[in-house]
Design a protein around this ligand. Structure first.
Ligand code: FE
Ligand code: FE
Length: 199
């Protein structure tokens, strides 16, 4: 069985992504690797998931929809209206199909990197947070604080990212994937539980 080769995947991403996206990809890969060091997660899995998380981002909307249709990947109404949202689903499919990833934790980290989900694994949280804080990001509010927090309390960083993302989408009237809200509510209630038990 072919196993994924980090170097080859890095080269493949350089080839299929435009310069800005590739810089972001490298930023996520090494930020995820650092977080993996901090939180005792597999460095290799963090690097692989980081490299592949946006592997479907440089495809056209048509191409993403065609891949979904061909491989029976479900597309909901929000995704049909905003096919760029599909890059996570299509990316996790390509990770398996084209890049020979067999580790489900990596595949899920790619699949949930935009919305998160309740009960994320450590690797899923690492990729979600790394995607938001990697050094090329400049726009998001509270970046300084979130970058610091990520290495102190990953769940707190995750919650802050989710609430900032929801506020941003509400203000910009962007369409919100219901999963983002679900994830936020789950982690907000976890944080409340933690606070109560610390009292
Ligand atoms: Fe993405
Ligand atoms: Fe990304």
């Amino acid at each position: 069985m072919k196993t994924p080769d980090v170097k080859k995947i890095r080269k493949a991403m350089e080839k299929i992504q435009d310069e800005k996206r590739y810089e972001h990809t490298l930023g996520v890969a090494y930020t995820a690797t650092c977080l993996a060091m901090r939180y005792d997660e597999s460095l290799k899995n963090a690097e692989l998931a980081g490299l592949l998380h946006d592997c479907a981002k440089c495809l056209s909307d048509e191409k993403r929809l065609t891949i979904c249709k061909k491989h029976n990947i479900s597309v909901n109404d929000i995704e049909r209206r905003n096919p760029f949202l599909l890059h996570a689903k299509v990316g996790s499919f390509l990770a398996m199909d084209e890049y020979h990833v067999r580790d489900f934790d990596i595949i899920n980290a790619i699949l949930y990197h935009t919305t998160g989900r309740p009960e994320m694994s450590m690797l899923e949280k690492i990729i979600f947070v790394a995607d938001y804080i990697e050094p090329c990001r400049k726009q998001a509010p509270n970046l300084r604080e979130i970058r610091r927090l990520a290495f102190v309390d990953l769940d707190a960083a995750l919650l802050k990212i989710l609430s900032d993302t929801l506020h941003y989408l509400e203000d910009s009237e962007g369409e919100i994937d219901p999963m983002t809200r679900k994830t936020y509510e789950y982690y907000a209630s976890q944080a409340r539980k933690k606070e109560r038990s610390n009292r």
